[in-house]
Write a protein that binds this ligand. Structure first.
Ligand SMILES: Nc1ncnc2c1ncn2[C@@H]1O[C@H](COP(=O)(O)OP(=O)(O)OP(=O)(O)O)[C@@H](O)[C@H]1O
Ligand SMILES: [Mg+2]
Length: 243
């Protein structure tokens, strides 16, 4: 089977005046469809740079990226935007919601930008919010919601287009421990029951227990790649929920 994500010798450097920063150096890996991957590593090790390339928000300086078997290097801007919209859902540390519109308007937004929406936009929006347990807060504004609820809205927005992948960069970074587990449980549900591939950047070992594979970066290099049996990751996570 073709891996969903296939990167080969990926590098990204930034020039800052005379200095060149190698944010990513020669990263080669694949991520299979249906997997749940945690990305860890010290600050500045290249995690966000890697995620931005996977999400087609940024391009590598060199190397190849095949998404679903298709090389993204030579795609035009509008093709990339279309792929982002159709295949990828993003979740960020600070939720990135529009402050002055309701939860349902926030979630609906990607549908309004998409050319290929089939179905009832309002129904899709409602289903997404119900999937994250916010079916009763459709009309709430972000300021009327807790951090955890705002992140749920962001997840609902990420899944409304029924993407193949969710890319979440420190999605629990602004949340307390209990809320972090609630958010991770949602990702696990989307991964297990809705076949969405999930890639989560985290600094937390506890958060990483939800993943069945942990990739570690250091100085822009992929230095460790550990897959654990699904039974361990799910039972560790299940145990924590009981606490
Ligand atoms: N736009 C940019 N211009 C210049 N340098 C950049 C840019 N973006 C990232 N970098 C540099 O690339 C390196 C990797 O940054 P990146 O944001 O990927 O790290 P990170 O692992 O996500 O860190 P953190 O855990 O703090 O979020 C860092 O040295 C950073 O300063
Ligand atoms: Mg980062």
């Amino acid at each position: 089977m073709i891996p969903l994500i296939d990167v080969r010798h990926l590098s990204k450097s930034y020039s800052l005046g005379e200095v060149v920063v190698n944010a990513l150096s020669d990263v080669t890996t694949t991520i299979e469809q249906g997997s749940f991957v945690a990305i860890m590593g010290p600050s500045g090790s290249g995690k966000s740079t890697f995620m931005n390339i996977l999400g087609c928000l940024d391009r590598p300086s060199s190397g190849q990226y095949l998404l679903d078997g298709v090389s993204v290097e030579n795609m035009q801007r509008d093709e990339l935007a279309e792929i982002r919209n159709r295949k990828i859902g993003f979740v960020f540390q600070n939720f990135n919601l529009l402050a002055h519109v309701s939860a349902s308007e926030n979630v609906k937004l990607p549908l309004l930008y998409s050319d290929s929406v089939v179905g009832d936009v309002d129904a899709m929006t409602r289903r997404s919010l119900e999937a994250v347990g916010l079916g009763d807060r459709l009309q709430s504004f972000p300021s009327q919601l807790s951090g955890g609820q705002q992140q749920r809205v962001a997840i609902a927005r990420a899944i409304v287009n029924q993407p193949r992948i969710i890319l979440a960069d420190e999605p629990t970074g602004a949340l307390d421990t209990k809320t972090s587990h609630e958010i991770m449980a949602i990702f696990r549900d989307l991964n297990r029951n809705h076949a969405i591939t999930v890639v989560v950047v985290t600094h937390s070992d506890e958060v990483a227990t939800y993943a069945d594979r942990v990739i570690r970066f250091r100085d822009g290099r992929l230095v460790q790649d550990e897959t654990r049996p699904a039974s361990i990751s799910s039972s560790a996570a299940a145990q924590r929920e009981l606490v």
